[in-house]
Design a protein around this ligand. Sequence first.
Ligand code: PRP
Ligand code: URA
Length: 209
Amino acid sequence: MGKVYVFDHPLIQHKLTYIRDVKTGTKEFRELVDEVASLMAFEATRDLPLQDVEIETPVCKTTSKVIAGKKLGIVPILRAGIGMVDGFLKLMPAAKVGHVGLYRDPETLQPVEYYVKLPNDVEERDFIVVDPMLATGGSAVEAINSLKKRGAKNIKFMCLIASPEGVEIVKEAHPDVDIYIAALDEKLNDHGYIVPGLGDAGDRLFGTK
Ligand code: PRP
Ligand code: URA
């Protein structure tokens, strides 16, 4: 069964408060999402395997560590996942970026896929799917299905805010996927919005409302 990690780091919690605040404007919201994505990426890459390499410092030859293993792919769920990509790339500039475009039908709340573009070497990469919100879980489940259908095997999912319902749905559909969350909120409301949440992540990131 995949693990669920809820980050309790004070910096993440502090920044998340301002992300949630309705008074926070688009510019600041975008900057904060970027910063929290970097902090979460730092925490979520703790288990990356290392290997020894021989190098020479100005003083002597020595053995030191570099990251080993498969290459990484970051996959934002469009639109709002885009806001988390740069924060990752600051720490892992060599990661490739795939995109899965999904929107949630406002009536049925079911995800509708409209775009998928992944790196060619899907089978050789480990992927981290990113989206600020895990609400009903439909979008996350569908995005992970989309990656698996194309050959991805090792996938993590990372979001800023999750509902308990969403976490359970993803765990059920994809028991092999670890989930990383900055905050686990109380519930979903009748419109499928996370409570207390942060509102519509895409609109707040891109200023479309
Ligand atoms: C939001 C959010 C997630 C999805 C979560 O996107 O960014 O992708 O809702 O909801 P779910 O867990 O119930 O599927 P939205 O569908 O609003 O599309 P947008 O990013 O294009 O605004
Ligand atoms: N999508 C969002 O952007 N916010 C929510 O609270 C739920 C889904």
